[in-house]
Design a protein around this ligand. Structure first.
Ligand code: ZN
Length: 736
């Protein structure tokens, strides 16, 4: 009896292979095997929202291999990941491969350990139609909404922009915060600090318990305090308990890895995936905080061995999980006794974080003693009344769970020993002028927390939502904060004005709930999609009549066009907002958004081969270099043409050297002729970044591909891949 076990990743196949006997053969599908085709018309049959899948490029080979191996086996087991995505991959494999009359079963495990796999093999089942339908509903919904919303944004805002069902609500949250920050009016207040000494000469800094808004009052307190004797009014001590937090879900793992390790959510997920595939942690996509009985038993054993039996406290964390039936457990080590694990430094760090959180969750509360000393001046004069000053201290008196997670401890603040009515010597007293701060921008982890709280997205989507916003250049990272770009703000404002309902929290959260209900088999696929899509499509159609939103409002009327003196209007260019002459296109006068002059053209030098002058210029879509070339037909010079190339975003225009300019102008590069059509394939950088083009087939290329180095063979591979999104098919490149 031989069995074929199919998983999606080679690393996972390798780990599983170690645990299973020779009657099992383990093979990897390497991710998805089928997907929706690029063309929207072909992708979904709108009568019943039936998707038409295509085998993904390069996957025919994989499917043939699976079929070949299946022929030699007695049973096929689909062991893809334990969530809807995994269920869908299993289903696609079963649909795309001809397994003949071989029995095909699904096995599900949440950790890649021998016990879990053996247990799962004993409980194989059929593919869960509801789970995979829920995944299909998400895919179809996102395709339809993304396609329609992006389409209208192309027409009404700017070509090439995008919008999406979950991406746009996330962007709106960031833009709303940005508006709050802009609207914020800082208010003045004063912090008053009195530095004192005890009779034992120990320093005791005190802060006024009231922060006056008026400078006069602050000055009064300082002047009253300055000339008086001080004494301790009271000492309050209180014991505070600190309980450990629940074991990690996807969201809390992303948050903790961000604060403690500085990881972005996508880096956390990538690293966690490696740990999971190596069999070291349980499945990392979960919103459950539950630990299995078995796991708790093992954790308790580890605590006893490492910290002593007295520190064990078994706790049950209730899960607010939205899809509790699918998510079985929190993210935890598969072997609690393993304190460190992983190959790379980042794997080791993330593993330690998961270990600490899991172990700590089953340990006793920590206890902290908080001390508050109040002090004031000694005076009987009613005019001299000032608020109490205070000092706060804290020290850990029982570490409890902090033994397992010392990173969560924080510093002790020790205060000098004093008694009531002890005299204090004043060293100095002063008032510091301060201003209230606007709300802060979201960090990536903060946004994940917010999305979860609002019910937008699910463990499988948080990281990709944020990555999409960054890839689309709707947000930039300033330190750890996410700041919407001008483009992000314009797109969000357009959607809020015109599609407010569809990008609202309630709508998006409600749709996630509906997808969960499909997964539970409680509502139907077709009706859910049709109830949503029919009114949505009608709304989109109605907005076709809107005027193009190229005008983002009038500029300050004091700012006049530098060329003709007309009024100016605000527009959106590639590098953000700028001011354009209201007479455009008759006049092309423009200013930077702050009303200053556009950077002037600058001669960079002479091209060593052509001897032509290279100029750095600034266009609507960013800085570029330009050089005249002679276009010749036969012996006649046709007319001098201009060769242009964008300056890549990562390079500051004012720092472009001659060598770099020559390098940029090596584009477009001719890579060679296509073997089938005989037409030239070339590589270039356009308004939307680097691309290759064959005939009219434009394909954007991303790192690690290098537009200056990419070769014909690689370009042919890329052209063979199905197109993912609407790319460069309609307009031609422009670096104007
Ligand atoms: Zn003008």
């Amino acid at each position: 009896m031989t069995k074929l076990l199919i998983v999606e990743s080679p690393a996972k196949a390798k780990t599983i292979g170690k645990y299973l006997g020779s009657e099992y053969q383990v093979v990897a599908s390497v991710g998805h095997v089928r997907d929706l085709p690029k063309s929207n018309k072909k992708a979904i049959d709108m009568d019943h929202f039936t998707p038409h899948y295509e085998v993904s490029a390069g996957k025919e080979k994989v499917l043939h291999e699976i079929e070949r191996l299946a022929k030699k086996s007695d049973e096929v087991l689909l062991a893809t990941d334990p969530d809807r995505e995994g269920e869908a991959i299993a289903w696609h494999i079963a649909e795309a491969v001809n397994f003949g009359d071989k029995p095909v079963h699904r096995v599900v495990f949440h950790e890649i350990t021998k016990d879990a796999i053996v247990e799962a093999l004993g409980h194989s089942r059929n593919i869960d139609e509801n789970l995979r339908r829920a995944q299909e509903a998400r895919r179809v919904l996102d395709r339809l909404v993304g396609y329609d919303l992006s389409g209208i944004i192309w027409k009404k805002v700017r070509y090439g922009l995008s919008a999406g069902r979950v991406q746009s609500p996330a962007l709106r949250i960031l833009v709303e915060r940005e508006r709050e920050i802009k609207a914020f009016k800082p208010e003045q207040y004063f912090t008053i600090i009195a530095n004192t000494k005890t009779s034992e000469k120990a320093k005791l800094p005190l802060i006024c318990s009231v922060e006056p808004k008026e400078q006069k009052e602050a000055e009064r307190i300082v002047s009253v305090g300055k000339n008086k004797l001080w004494q301790v009014v009271s000492i309050e001590e209180s014991e505070v308990k600190r309980s450990p937090r629940a074991p990690f879900t996807t969201s809390t793992l992303q948050q903790a890895a961000s604060t403690r390790l500085g990881f972005s959510p996508s880096r956390t997920m990538r690293t966690a995936q490696k740990l999971y595939e190596a069999g070291l942690i349980t499945y990392m996509r979960t919103d459950s905080t539950t630990l299995s009985k078995q796991a708790i038993g093992q954790i308790a054993g580890t605590i006893e061995k490492t910290f002593g039996k007295d520190l064990i406290e078994i706790r049950v964390f209730t899960t607010k999980s939205k899809n509790a039936q699918e998510a079985h457990e929190a993210v935890r080590p598969t072997n609690a006794n393993l304190k460190t694990a992983g190959h790379s430094v980042e794997e080791k760090n993330l593993y330690s974080l998961i270990w600490a959180r899991t172990i700590a969750s089953q340990m006793k509360d920590a206890r902290t003693m908080r001390t508050k000393i109040l002090a004031n001046i000694i005076s009987n004069d009613k005019k001299d009344i000032i608020p109490d000053f205070q000092a706060n201290g804290s020290r850990t008196i029982f570490a409890g769970w902090l033994n397992a997670d010392p990173g969560a401890k924080g510093e002790d603040i020790e205060l000098p020993k004093v008694s009531r009515e002890d005299k204090l010597d004043l060293i100095d007293i002063s008032a510091l002028e301060k201003f209230t701060e606007p709300p802060s921008r979201y960090s990536e982890a903060g946004l994940v927390k917010e999305l979860e709280a609002r019910g937008i997205g699910r463990p499988s989507t948080y990281a990709s939502i944020i990555k999409t916003l960054e890839d689309r250049e709707y947000v930039t990272k300033e330190g750890r904060s996410l700041k919407p770009t001008d483009t992000g703000e314009v797109v969000s404002t357009f959607l809020e004005d015109n599609f407010n309902e569809y990008i609202s929290d309630t709508f998006t959260a409600d749709m996630e709930d509906k997808l969960d209900l499909i997964a539970e088999g409680k509502i139907g696929y077709e009706k859910t999609l049709s109830d949503f899509y029919k009114p949505f499509a009608k709304d989109v159609k109605a907005k076709e009549k809107l005027a193009k939103a190229t005008n983002l409002g009038d500029a300050n009327p004091n700012l006049k066009c530098p060329k003709c003196g007309s009024l100016m209007i605000i527009k959106l260019g590639r590098s953000g907002k700028f001011l354009s002459c209201s007479k455009y296109p008759d006049c092309d006068g423009a200013l930077l958004i702050d009303g200053t002059e556009m950077p002037k053209d600058k001669i960079i030098g002479t091209h060593p081969k052509t001897n032509k002058e290279i100029t750095l210029k600034n266009g609507k879509y960013g800085p570029y270099v330009e050089m005249p070339t002679d276009e010749t037909i036969g012996k006649k010079i046709k007319k001098p043409k201009l060769r242009r190339a964008s300056v890549p975003k990562e390079i500051k225009p004012e720092e472009v050297t001659l060598d770099q300019a020559v390098h940029f102008l090596s584009l477009p590069r001719e890579l060679g002729n296509h073997p089938e059509t005989g037409k030239m394939i070339s590589a270039n950088i356009g308004r939307f970044g680097p691309y290759i083009v064959h005939d009219t087939d434009f394909r954007s290329i991303k790192k690690p591909e290098d537009v200056y180095k990419i070769e014909l063979s690689r370009a042919l591979e890329i052209l063979k891949e199905p197109k993912k999104k609407r790319g460069f098919t309609k307009k031609k490149k422009s670096v104007e």
